[in-house]
Design a protein around this ligand. Structure first.
Ligand code: NDP
Length: 248
């Protein structure tokens, strides 16, 4: 099947990295499902940008951490669209704090939204991809999952978990033409990082050999490659998009 007839679902597609991914996949001609949970106006703006990029899309509101909602909404998408070829598990949150003071609820919220969600969404699409004998599943992990970060034990554990999930899924699905990879962004300018004080941003820049924070488009370009036919011999890998701040 040519790339211009493919259907993609991007979790957390309303803002930041997810929005850039939606637009990039739309430029490849894919029809894009834009998932979000709380900001319909932001999702509408992504849909407008998808159309401006020359493709079509649809809104897919559901909480990626809610088992029943994921199952019901993804089944409804499959009924409506007939297929999902590309799944980008991008939705994510932070609930930062030093471990000694971290509430169990903050651990659970981050693990559920950033890791369990990828299990749930992948499980909901994998049977269809296996039948199609073609699929691309991409988890958006983080440099923090590889390096660790004080104040982010929950987030780092969830992101590290995604890499183990991807490797195991890759082994289970390879024979069916479905590849599973992670992208681990470094520090990218989005709502998630906008709250960082200027001095923290400056000290981050000092640790980045390329001397700048990344943009959502930098991540979207890597997603586009892993979602394309060109990446057909790559599975179980983590692609680092971090300006050189971490070199595994
Ligand atoms: P943003 O905070 O800008 O956007 C988060 C997105 O996730 C929004 O679209 C939001 O939807 C959606 N979302 C949050 N919770 C849920 C949920 N329960 N169900 C469905 N959607 C949800 O984040 P970024 O664009 O910065 O980050 C995107 C991904 O990239 C995350 O997984 C993040 O961990 C990862 N990442 C980001 C880095 C960075 O520097 N920015 C670095 C490394 C990784 P809504 O608009 O409805 O709230």
């Amino acid at each position: 099947m040519s790339e211009d007839r493919r259907i993609a679902l991007v979790t957390g597609g309303s803002r930041g990295i997810g929005r850039a991914v939606c637009v990039r996949l739309a430029r490849m001609g894919m029809r894009v499902g834009i998932n979000f949970v709380s900001r319909p106006e932001a999702a509408e703006e992504t849909l407008r940008l998808v159309r401006e990029a020359g493709s079509e899309g649809f809104l897919a509101p559901f909480d990626v951490a809610d088992t029943v909602a994921v199952q019901d909404r993804i089944k409804a998408i499959l009924d409506q669209e007939g297929r999902i070829d590309v799944l980008i598990n991008n939705a994510g949150i932070t609930r930062d704090g030093l471990m000694a003071r971290m509430a169990e609820a903050d651990w659970d919220a981050v693990l559920n939204t950033n890791l369990k969600s990828a299990f749930l969404c992948s499980k909901a699409v994998m049977r269809t991809m296996m039948k199609q004998k073609w699929g691309r599943i991409i988890h958006i992990a983080s440099v923090v999952g590889c390096m660790g970060n004080a104040g982010q034990v929950n987030y780092a554990a969830a992101k590290a978990g995604l890499t183990g999930l991807a490797k195991s899924m890759a082994r289970e699905l390879a024979s069916r033409g479905v590849t599973v990879n992670c992208i681990a962004p470094g520090f990218i300018v989005t709502d998630m990082t906008a709250a960082l004080p200027a001095e923290v941003q400056d000290s981050l820049k000092a640790q980045i050999p390329l001397g700048m924070l990344g943009t959502p488009d930098d991540v979207a370009a890597a997603v586009a490659f892993l979602a394309s036919e060109d990446s057909r011999y790559i599975t179980g890998q983590t692609l680092h998009v971090n300006g050189g701040m971490f070199m595994p």
